[in-house]
Design a protein around this ligand. Structure first.
Ligand SMILES: [Zn+2]
Length: 236
């Protein structure tokens, strides 16, 4: 059984790369055991098939050097805090017992991102209860949750991670999503994230946060409750 240092969740394949791809690459390069769980297969997207997106996510995970990447196959566009969906999230938290969870922040533009925030946050709490039964698994509550915006930050972040040396890695991982982002060779209707403007904004966004700490590129993270500062050693 693999025990993860860090478990990052996305509502859809590519959410993690958009929000914290550089951070994931940085943490993995430090030798930490990092995993990504995508909640849905992105089957409601206007572009790309489920099979294409599965291959893209696998390839992006390889580029970021994550140890595991799994998909919970929850229904796209229907992420909720239902008990059924919570149980699926609890199972992976108990299986991988991460020291740190990184999850989507509330209020992001896509409702699935917003709903994923509460699903993961609530599931982690209930995962610590002995009477929540998931078979042979022991209860486990991850002590530290940190959040990110897949699309764009709508409030000032609490932590900025210097990803200057990992920005190209992030872009390479995003380019693995051939069906999703700006790609003149891919024949499909244009969406919010497949426009050339959105592709340019990925660099601009990281450069903006980088400028706040006098670095080339950075990614933004959020806290919603006090945490033990020693948990942040994972980032150092
Ligand atoms: Zn998404």
């Amino acid at each position: 059984m693999i025990k993860l240092d860090i478990l990052a969740f996305g509502a859809h394949p590519d959410d993690v790369e958009l929000g914290i791809g550089g951070t994931i690459a940085k943490l993995a390069q430090k030798g930490l055991i990092v995993g990504i769980i995508d909640l849905t297969q992105g089957e409601m997207s206007s572009r790309g098939t489920v099979d294409e997106r599965k291959t893209e996510a696998h390839n992006a995970g390889k580029i970021l050097n994550v140890h595991i990447r799994e998909n919970l196959r929850l229904p796209d566009a229907q992420i909720s805090s239902s008990w059924e969906q919570k149980i699926e999230v609890i199972k992976v938290i108990r299986e991988y017992t991460p020291q740190l969870i990184i999850a989507p922040m509330k209020d992001d533009k896509h409702p699935d991102h917003h709903n994923a925030h509460f699903l993961i946050r609530e599931a982690n709490y209930f995962s610590g209860l002995h009477k929540v039964n998931t078979g042979e698994q022991a209860p486990y509550r991850c002590p530290t949750l940190i959040y990110y915006y897949p699309y764009y930050e709508i409030s000032f972040p609490h932590l900025l991670i210097d990803i200057s040396e990992h920005f190209e890695n992030k872009l390479s991982a995003l380019k693995a999503y051939k069906s999703q982002f700006f790609n003149p060779d891919y024949d499909a209707p244009e969406t919010f994230i497949s426009s050339e403007r959105f592709w340019k904004s990925i660099k601009e966004r990281c450069a903006y946060w980088g400028s706040k700490i006098n670095k080339e590129y950075a990614e933004a993270l959020y806290l919603l409750e006090p945490i033990n500062i020693s948990e942040l050693r994972l980032f150092l």
